[in-house]
Design a protein around this ligand. Structure first.
Ligand code: ZN
Length: 129
């Protein structure tokens, strides 16, 4: 079984739901032990539409994921693990709340993540080897 070093939750939005996404992001950041990642209106990497992400360690999964199931404000959410294979993370290992978005899997390589995409404590451990 691959080693899971944390998770991302990506929340997708469009111009008409951007304010819902901003509110949801603020609530998540205030309620849970997450690190906010980028809020991008433009397509980025495998994400073909606007999204923001938050990063969290494995221990926070049981708190944030059940909450998101009930409080996603109608927005589509991708939750994916952080393993050493980001292609699998965004496809075979992906968990979707709502309607899956067709991701651009060919923009990724089969490897792990740079420090900017890992929760800080874990990125620090990764740098220490
Ligand atoms: Zn991600």
């Amino acid at each position: 079984m691959p080693n899971v070093i944390g998770y991302h939750a990506h929340v997708y939005f469009d111009p008409s739901t951007r304010s819902d996404a901003e509110r949801l992001r603020d609530t998540i950041v205030s309620k849970f032990a997450v690190e906010p990642g980028g809020f991008s209106d433009e397509p980025r990497g495998p994400h073909p539409i606007s999204q923001f992400n938050v990063m969290f360690q494995a221990g926070e999964f049981q708190s944030i994921v059940p909450w998101l199931m009930l409080n996603r404000a109608g927005l589509d959410v991708l939750i994916h693990p952080l393993t050493e294979d980001m292609v699998d993370d965004h496809s075979v290992y992906a968990l979707w709340l709502g309607t899956p978005v067709a991701l651009k899997l060919d923009t990724m390589q089969r490897r792990g993540y740079g420090a900017a995409l890992l929760p800080a404590a874990l990125a620090h451990e990764a740098r220490q080897g």
